[in-house]
Design a protein around this ligand. Structure first.
Ligand SMILES: Cc1cc2nc3c(=O)[nH]c(=O)nc-3n(C[C@H](O)[C@H](O)[C@H](O)COP(=O)(O)OP(=O)(O)OC[C@H]3O[C@@H](n4cnc5c(N)ncnc54)[C@H](O)[C@@H]3O)c2cc1C
Ligand code: SF4
Length: 526
């Protein structure tokens, strides 16, 4: 075992949230070390092929999956420098004010300890930092006014435009989607070429993955990113009042210790609770930061109701981005669909590939042989899809625990229990019904719901924020209530999920937390 030179800040995970903390703290002059379990990646490694793209999907120790709706974590999570955000679709909608006050306004779920207004300035800052394309004014029919996005909306294509008639017919307003992609050149990065390979990593730098945004800045400011470094425990001082560093295994599988004044866990919602639970000591027998008993609890996700439509015309479904062209918050009210509860966020227009995630080869799983062949010939030109994300409410039963089985480093595997409740199932069905009404109103030749197992998208919760150690794991900055020099970052700190894709809020909350840490460094470090 070796002990590395002490860092000011040791960050676990080089993905969306870790890279923001690394950039802010390195710029503030701190010695920052980022430990990342997966490999190093460069833009030039990213090859536009679904087969190659499997290499950047999650690897490493598996999670054991239980419950009625096991969580499909493997294609959701990241593997290597950049994290899942290396191959995210860069849809960047924000949460809305109603997400922060669900308990107060509806006596359901939980309130956040902060409001939309606390996060709003950070949405604007992130947009400037990473480059967001969209039309803020158009979105402001649903939210308080903020700054314009730094780039105009992306181009649109027939595969998105053909839906607009259907949305209008059912009274849903669509506006240009806010995406972390360049509609024009931005900060030395090129404009998008609309070849639709974002889902396995954009090789040009037009998409705002961490390699070309916060992580690049962090490195420029002196942060060290150590790939192939798997963290297994957070270490604490003898008195148990502070964290003192991290135990990890390097590329040669040798045990190392990285001492640090402050530790930031940014290893995604599934891994952060696993690390906290595995770091139990005599003084913290239930795991670190766990006075509330809520570490690993209130895991949440989104579920999507997709609708396919097949047109006679060539809708150019090979063109565009994997992100959306249009979006709507018209069903975002918690009671927008009669008789069911929770927000929905609607998107339309995305490039289709043949196989793998979202590929049209999976659009009619009931077809085989000649019928499938005939369908695919038509689908190659005429098929397009819309989706409505639904909100899952926080339930204590949806949780992560340690299992008896261990990984190659002797660390217990995580076990994720996940089942949807009746609210989620009701919302999922309501969105399918509306999706079909929209599709039929477009005049498409055929329309059908993309029903299969109820999907589990964007894992959130597990280390939720709140007002104190009685009701939560961290405060609104991600700082542990129990151990002041331990921060948690990422979607794990959301107490409710909303229906918007989470990463804009992850960036915004991480920026807010990292700036608070930098500003209060002396008090936190002591
Ligand atoms: C295909 C796909 C499409 C997506 N599209 C969108 C979208 O359009 N919009 C949106 O908002 N979100 C999207 N997401 C989700 C988005 O990528 C995540 O919300 C975001 O990346 C989560 O940020 P994070 O920092 O918590 O985790 P990540 O970005 O995944 O980073 C966590 C990092 O921690 C590392 N790590 C884990 N365990 C350890 C350990 N023990 N030691 C060291 N390192 C460790 C991982 O390897 C990983 O690199 C998408 C995700 C995927 C996979
Ligand atoms: S469509 Fe644009 S953002 Fe997506 S991979 Fe191609 S160039 Fe990158």
């Amino acid at each position: 075992m070796a002990t590395q030179e002490k860092a000011d800040v040791a960050i676990v995970g080089a993905g969306a949230s870790g890279s923001v903390f690394a950039a802010v703290l390195a710029r503030a002059g701190k010695k920052v070390v980022v430990l990342e379990t997966g490999p190093e990646w460069q833009l030039s490694d990213l090859i536009s092929s679904d087969f190659w793209g499997r290499r950047i999907k999650s690897a490493g120790a598996p999670f054991l999956l239980e419950g009625n709706n096991p969580f499909g974590y493997s294609y959701q999570s990241g593997w290597g420098v950049g994290g899942a955000a290396l191959h995210y679709f860069a849809n960047l909608p924000r949460l809305l004010p109603n997400d922060f006050k669900m308990r107060s306004e509806h006596n359901r779920a939980l309130d956040w300890p902060i409001s939309y207004q606390d996060v709003a300035p950070y949405y604007d800052k992130v947009a400037r930092d990473i480059g967001v394309s969209g039309n803020a004014r158009a979105e402001e029919i649903w939210r308080p006014a903020g700054e314009p996005y730094p780039m105009p909306p992306m181009k649109t294509f027939r595969n998105g435009e053909v839906w607009l008639k259907g949305f209008e017919a059912v009274g849903i307003r669509m506006v240009p989607a806010a995406v972390g992609m360049n509609s024009t050149g931005y900060k030395g990065r090129p404009a998008c070429i609309y070849d639709g390979w974002c889902h396995i990593g954009c090789p040009t730098g037009a998409l705002s993955n961490p390699l070309v945004t916060y992580l690049a800045e962090a490195r420029k400011a002196g942060a060290e990113v150590r790939a192939r470094s798997t963290v297994t425990r957070v270490l604490t001082s003898r008195q148990g009042t502070r964290v003192s560093g991290l135990e990890y295994y390097d590329a040669k599988k040798e045990r190392q210790v990285q001492e640090a004044s402050v530790v930031v866990l940014a290893a995604w919602s599934a891994q952060n609770p696993r690390l906290l639970l595995n770091s139990a000591t005599d003084r913290h027998p239930r795991g670190l930061a766990n006075t509330s008993g809520l570490v690993g609890k209130y895991m949440m996700c989104h579920f999507s109701s997709g609708t396919w439509a097949l047109f006679d015309e060539d809708v150019q479904n090979h063109l565009g981005t994997t992100g959306a062209q249009f979006m709507s918050y018209d069903r975002y009210g918690k009671t927008a669909h009669p008789g069911v509860f929770g927000s929905s966020f609607i998107v339309a227009g995305s490039a289709l590939k043949t196989s793998d995630l979202g590929g049209f080869a999976n659009a009619r799983p009931d077809l085989f042989g000649p019928e499938l062949h005939a369908f695919m010939k038509r689908a190659a030109r005429g098929l397009t899809r819309i989706g409505a994300f639904g909100e899952e409410l926080p339930n204590l039963d949806n949780r992560i625990e340690l299992a008896a089985d261990k990984d190659e480093f002797g660390m217990p595997l995580g076990r994720i229990h996940h089942s949807f409740d009746q609210d989620a199932v009701g919302l999922w069905n309501a969105n399918f019904e509306e999706g079909l009404r929209i599709a039929k109103a477009t005049g498409a030749k055929e329309a059908w719901s993309a029903r299969g197992n109820m999907p589990t998208i964007h894992l959130m919760g597990g280390t939720i924020m709140g007002t104190d150690a009685g009701n939560s794991v961290v405060n609104s900055y991600g700082q542990s209530h129990d151990l002041p020099n331990l921060y948690l970052a990422g979607p794990g700190i959301f107490p409710t999920a909303g229906a918007s894709n989470p990463t804009y809020t992850i960036f915004a909350l991480s920026l807010r937390g990292a700036e608070q840490l930098a500003a209060n460094w002396r008090a936190v470090e002591l």
